[in-house]
Design a protein around this ligand. Structure first.
Ligand code: AMP
Ligand code: ZN
Length: 118
């Protein structure tokens, strides 16, 4: 764990060094609109601190931050997805499809989601 990683694009996003459409920010997490949306609603919720994966976040003892990720993602899913629902996704590692090594929760809504995702 480290507070910030200078090579991490999401740390840069947290620090305001790259632009983003911010829909929520508090003392633990930030939520932004995904630049390559896969659904009418596609948000990312990420911790302000740099942690590579959800497992690393939990192993660092930051369970309050892990809960904040889930709480914010769920609130945004409820708010933006409405009664039709939403999907939360945490891609982890290469096989999980993780392309940015700063843990984040995808919030997807606004269309029916297919399962399995393929
Ligand atoms: P993952 O593949 O789970 O690591 O997801 C990374 C996500 O970050 C992808 O959906 C990208 O479209 C998104 N993304 C990458 N760069 C940015 C950025 N600067 N602002 C917002 N979303 C981004
Ligand atoms: Zn980072």
């Amino acid at each position: 764990m480290s507070a910030s990683d200078t090579n991490c694009i999401f740390c840069k996003l947290v620090g305001g060094e790259i632009p983003a459409t911010v829909v929520h920010r508090d003392d633990r997490v930030i939520a932004v609109v995904d630049v390559n949306p896969q659904a009418p609603v596609h948000l990312l919720v990420l911790p302000l601190e740099h942690h590579g994966t959800l497992g690393e976040l939990i192993a660092a003892g930051r369970t309050d931050v892990a809960l904040a990720l889930l709480r914010t993602a769920t609130a945004l899913g409820d708010e933006r997805g409405g009664p039709a629902g939403f999907r939360l996704v945490v891609n982890t590692g290469a096989d999980g499809g993780q392309t940015v090594g700063h843990v984040h929760v995808h919030v997807l809504a606004g269309r029916p989601m297919h399962w399995p995702p393929g």
